[in-house]
Design a protein around this ligand. Sequence first.
Ligand code: NAD
Length: 363
Amino acid sequence: MRIGCPKEVKDNEFRVGLIPAAVKAYVDAGHEVVVEKGAGVGSNITDEEYKAAGAKILDSAKEVWATSDMIVKVKEPLPQEYDLMRENQIIYTYFHFAADEELTKACLEKKIIAIAYETVQEADGSLPLLKPMSTIAGRMACLMGAYYLGKPHGGMGLLPTGVPGVAPANILVIGGGSVGSNAARVGAGLGARVTILDVNPNALERLAQTMPSNVFPVFSDSHTLEAGLREADIVVGAVLIPGAKAPKLVKREHLKMMKPGSVIVDVAIDQGGCTETSKPTTHSDPVYIVDGVVHYCVANMPGAYARTATYALNNSTILYGLQLVKKGVERAVKENPALLKGLNMYKGIITFKPVAEAFGMMD
Ligand code: NAD
């Protein structure tokens, strides 16, 4: 099979679908890999590194799309890429079809085979190709919060680590899943006192067993939330109710109870945010202030650390990608139920129920 990796075309997207180690893995398995010139620049990967791993560098995206049986990307195809997609071509990337009718129609018309990273799901319910991004966003959350606590950035001027004789920050993490547990660990590493709230007793149990001693897992209800908000210097929003909008747990009136100059990092913003006053922001304009509380609501946090994100993503995508090319899509999805869940579209037919439901295409 010929595997192609074009450069990402989305605004401010610096990640890339393949790293040199993944190229080598495909080549070692007997496949050919082509990479668009400069595709890795945003993640600090040179064409020479790809060549050394066994890839052929092509001058344009057009050549990559035109000659590849499987395209490996990061973001969904954009309108300028729709005409490059070819019938029966496997496209292995994040799609998020349910949120994009134009993309769904274009992919159906082109009769591609869409394997969507975001819906590959293991038997235990985990989403292995989404998790690396949650890990990165979680680890970033307290670092961003720490930065914006600085006076020049709108915060109260508190150094979260504390210093001898001055107490460190209080951090409240709402939601103890992938984002929340990673945020709590980094917060604890900074030396802060971290309270982490969750409604799932199993999650609380796991956190109690694995977190450092300055992290306190607490059952989430309106009482513990309010108490936490009053004390917090940094609040991390990390709740998720799968398939639904994030619950607005932090209300506008709560902001008045909070310390002036405290910071909310609402990581759940990509699902609408768990704070009533959250609205999506960008890396170029990441924060705004409401009632004296700094809000950081960047919807694509991992994009800031593109190199780490590219490598973390590849560590997970390569496992499933190799199955697709070694066995062919049909056998690979038959033998691996996790990959079957990732199959969103097959040659003009939607094969993933929630996407069909989103567009009223259920028979
Ligand atoms: P997860 O499923 O691993 O964890 C979510 C946790 O929230 C679960 O443990 C759940 O029990 C808990 N929860 C649900 N309702 C709650 C409530 N009322 N109070 C307290 N806890 C509650 O999800 P995750 O991977 O950690 O993702 C969290 C959010 O971060 C999602 O919305 C995800 O899309 C988002 N995310 C954003 C970015 C970004 O760049 N902004 C990046 C990655 C993930």
